[in-house]
Design a protein around this ligand. Sequence first.
Ligand code: LLP
Length: 419
Amino acid sequence: MFLSSDGILTIENVKVTEIVEETGTPVYITSKAILENNLNAYKSAFPNEGLLYAVKANNNLALMKIIASHGFGADVFSDGELYLASLAGFDKKKVLFNGNSKSRKEIEMGITAGVKFSVDSLDELRTISEIARESGKEVEIAFRVNPDVDPKTHPKIATGLKESKFGIPHEMVREAYELALKLDGVVPAGIHCHIGSQILDLSPFVHALNKVMDIAKEIEQLGVDLRFVDMGGGLGIDYEGKGAPTPKDFANAILPEFEKRKAELNSDPQLWLEPGRSIVGNTTVLITRVNAVKRGYKNFVAVDAGFNILIRPAMYGSYHRVAVANKMNAEAEETYTVVGPICESGDILAKDRKLPKVEAGDLIAVFDAGAYGFVMSSQYNGRPRCAEVLVNGDKWNVIRERESYGDLIAKQKLPDWLL
Ligand code: LLP
């Protein structure tokens, strides 16, 4: 879907130069066709399972509407994500409210909306029970289990290790279910775990699934009628061009194991998954303009997007492929480090990449920027957030306008004595 025509990067049938002429740079450009391919790949790999999109990966309303229209549910991690998921039209019965530190306000909002909860502590359980009782409701819950499984990914995105802040240790979760069975207003109906993100080796998923199914067996004996087993998200994507497992590979790895272990149970839980990155990651390219090329100890390409726009390289040392979007047919000649405009030495988008000769005014494409891209952007250094565009065949629309200087002060107030 990302091809080139006359040496210009095209997204579906639209040249990026046509878009940036109108929107300016930086801009995130998403292909609807790639998004739909990803959704269909999940649906055909997991036809009978519950698929919940992890809203945190990209909460643009237009994209979420497409995802919801494909029948996906949603994993939300805050009141704001619940609000956005509701606007996008996700079916509330297929929304799971996750999070390790939910406020009373968030819990009230989730209960009013009628969503399910993944509960991360006994304190949270008691609060949910209290609020549910007061409002005369019954809330279906799962406990988030910490399975102590190494997902073999970047430590900052590993979430199921012993020392992780997420979940209840697997040896202690039985007590949590015992308490839930005694409390009013909560119905223990599921079990939840998420071991991490950008996982390329599928074996940790199988390992975690087995630990979760051991717990399922135990809690069933307590009287829990298990309706869902949610293994979270985490399937990695091919950032480096070295290959990555597909949803089908993922299904082949975990479905037979799930069926085998489910046969040991009396209840008939559905398997749920919460993919984020593998739904939106490869759908989007970030286009940023070269302000200057500087030759010195290193060759620097200074562009107009830094970690204010895409924080992943600075935060996790993540690799994103880059290309010169207006010189797609040119031979790679020189090694460059692509840096942003932020006043920090760590503001590096791509290190030591061989690219065609780069000049001021060129456009750099940063690929696979659809997950944890715009959502993690900021206004640091007084830079308004950038625009987002959705391409559909040979048409395109701005799906988020570039912020203005006014947005930098939108919520600021001056005390009277400074007016
Ligand atoms: N479910 C839960 C409970 C999660 O915590 C996450 C991601 C997901 C699902 C979705 O995981 P995915 O399929 O996207 O891997 N900002 C980091 C990633 C943080 C992931 C947080 N949790 C990055 O840019 O790599």
